[in-house]
Design a protein around this ligand. Structure first.
Ligand SMILES: *Cc1c(COP(=O)(O)O)cnc(C)c1O
Length: 443
């Protein structure tokens, strides 16, 4: 394979003798034939590989660790079942994610409940299922949890979500002091301290530590180091003044992945090593016992494992401007390019190594000019029915999918070393009608 193609492919992919893309040992054109397009294909071998990379990296840590998968990146019954077996923990942010996880048999003691507006009902469900911990986000939520623990005669472990005034971006972090965010207790204005005091009065809420999530698609470790320094120095102060122990330090997710050639993420173990190093150093510096380290990767577990397959339809050439090539999906199944100019790359899955004679822009089929998937992708000449594979679509693609223009949401197929399994079937028009009432029955 020439380098120009190899550079685009994701780990575990190959090109077979027919010049077709292979994902975890399966021909992408066969998958498209069997399941239709648009299609989400998840390479489960790669998902497991990412999980094990994190777990292995933390093995040298002296205290406990938890790798909690952030559900919002992509959730499904089968994925939750698989994660339960892989012995990771799970972040959920709604009653819906919680319900699916419980239904999948995910052990509730390994579920962490997040969110800035958990409803009374959602909190009740979480407490009834006895989730492992609730990440408390605001003062009103503390009151609600306290009331509910009394009503249900139960107790719960809580982590305090801190807005640390450190925001990490791909290549740098910024210290913002007081952060203008809807999430968590602000560190600079002493809200965290107030929360600690408030929680120490509530015997049914057991504060086990702190949580901070500083951003996403982060390529540098310095932001994590900075937040660990800040939170552990504060923890020393609180340990001296209040009944506060930092048993758990949860540093969130945000570990970067490769979407296109421009992205050069570092190996996942680098993040783990930097986090452990900073925690050890700050424990020593502040004379604190080592806390457990929890992380919450979402994108870095499922992002690169996901590939979207589309059938190519029509095209339009605007002389000396560009050529549009249209696919049978777009913003309805992957809104990231339209929502925040996310970039992707891909190949023509049925002619991977053909001469790339054209530079085209990949348009979706929705009635929005902004429904573009990729600008300026070099491809061989395409015809209707060719198969386009778009890489690294596994995170925040299907989970953000909609029925805009009444497009049915795609099927999701799991593949692993030559085997395939339909994890989520394609939506049908009958599914649309399931929710609808005829006006003949009302008004
Ligand atoms: C979104 C989110 C994550 C996961 O972020 P990724 O960038 O997908 O790793 C983890 N923790 C919290 C609190 C989040 O909001």
């Amino acid at each position: 394979m020439t380098n120009q193609f190899k550079n685009r492919l994701v780990e575990n992919m190959a090109v077979n003798a027919d010049n077709h893309l292979e994902i975890s040992g399966l021909d992408a054109t066969e998958l498209a034939k069997n399941y239709g397009t648009p299609l989400y294909v998840y390479d489960i071998a790669l998902v497991k590989n990412k999980i094990n990379t994190f777990k292995d990296a933390f093995r040298s840590y002296e205290k406990g660790t938890q790798v909690a998968y952030a559900s919002k990146a992509f959730s499904s019954l089968a994925l939750y079942q698989l994660l339960a077996k892989e012995d990771v923990s799970l972040d959920v942010v709604s009653g819906g994610e919680l319900h699916l996880a419980i239904h999948a048999g995910f052990p509730s003691e390994r579920i962490h409940f997040h969110g800035n507006n958990k409803s009374y009902q959602e909190l009740k469900e979480a407490l009834s299922y006895k989730v492992g911990c609730i990440v408390v986000d605001n003062f009103r939520e503390i009151e609600m949890i306290n009331e509910l623990t009394e009503e249900l005669d139960t107790t719960v472990d809580v982590l305090i979500r801190v807005t640390p005034g450190i925001e990490a971006h791909t290549h740098e972090y910024i210290t913002t002091g007081q952060e203008d965010s809807k999430f968590g207790f602000d560190l600079a204005s002493n809200q965290v301290e107030e929360a600690i005091i408030r929680l120490s009065d509530l015997s049914r809420l057991n504060t086990i530590g702190l949580h901070a999530h500083i951003g996403s698609q982060i390529f540098e470790v310095t932001g994590y180091e900075a937040v660990i320094k800040k939170l552990m120095a504060s923890s020393k102060d609180w340990a001296n003044r209040f009944d506060f122990d930092l048993s758990v330090l949860n540093v969130g997710g945000g570990f970067g992945i490769r979407y296109t050639d421009k992205d050069e993420p570092r190996p996942l173990k680098d993040y783990a090593n930097a986090i452990m190093g900073a925690v050890r150093e700050q424990a020593k510096e502040n004379d604190l016992p080592l806390p457990e380290i929890w992380i919450e990767p979402g994108r870095s577990i499922v992002g690169e494992a996901g590939t979207s397959l589309y059938s190519i339809g029509t095209n339009k050439t605007i002389p000396s401007v560009r050529k549009y090539v249209t696919v049978d999906g777009g913003m309805a199944d992957n809104i990231r390019p339209a929502l925040y100019q996310a970039e992707y790359t891909g190949v023509l899955a049925n002619k991977v190594e053909a001469d790339q004679s054209e530079t085209v822009s990949i348009a979706g089929k929705a009635c929005e000019s902004g429904d573009m998937l990729i600008w300026d992708l070099s491809l061989p000449e395409t015809t209707t029915g060719d198969l386009l594979a778009v890489f690294s679509t596994g995170a925040y693609g299907y989970s953000m999918a909609s029925n805009y223009n009444r497009l049915p949401r795609p099927a999701v197929v799991f593949v692993e070393n030559g085997k395939d399994f339909l994890a989520i079937r394609r939506e049908t028009y009958a599914d649309f009608l399931r929710l609808e009432n005829s006006i003949d029955n009302g008004l």
